[in-house]
Design a binder for this molecule. Structure first.
Ligand SMILES: [Zn+2]
Length: 128
């Protein structure tokens, strides 16, 4: 894994994803171990991007503990460690994406408004 040595949010993690898409503008730069997770997450998401060839709009990725509390996130949410992403794809519903992602090896949550993916080391599925 390439270490991320930068203070720039504009850095490309993959051909289609910049670090800034995984952060909120008001939050400080996360710790290096979180950046490493975001890098791994972005590379997994890039595989989906390559498959569907449509823009993926990230609605929530890394969350600070404070922000996670604010929005009522699970206290052990993988968003806290930069291992989870919520997103939408114009023209593809969460159900469509669930079918496309049938072989996703981590966690996948199907919600009315978005899809949650994470890079936990085992398969998990749920409906929000
Ligand atoms: Zn999520």
């Amino acid at each position: 894994m390439e270490p991320i040595i930068t203070e720039s949010r504009d850095i490309k993690l993959t051909p289609h994803f910049t670090l800034s898409e995984f952060l909120r503008a008001e939050d400080e730069m996360p710790a290096p171990w979180v950046l490493d997770n975001l890098y791994r997450l972005a590379n997994r998401l890039q595989l989906l991007r390559d498959l569907i060839r449509r823009p993926i709009k990230i609605t929530s990725a890394y969350r600070t503990p404070e922000h996670n509390l604010e929005i009522g996130g699970h206290k052990k949410s993988l968003h806290l460690s930069g291992q989870a992403v919520d997103f939408i794809v114009s023209g593809l519903s969460p159900k469509d994406l669930q079918l496309i992602l049938v072989n996703w090896t981590g966690g996948m949550g199907l919600y009315m408004t978005h899809t949650h993916l994470d890079i936990r080391p085992y398969r998990a599925r749920w409906r929000g």
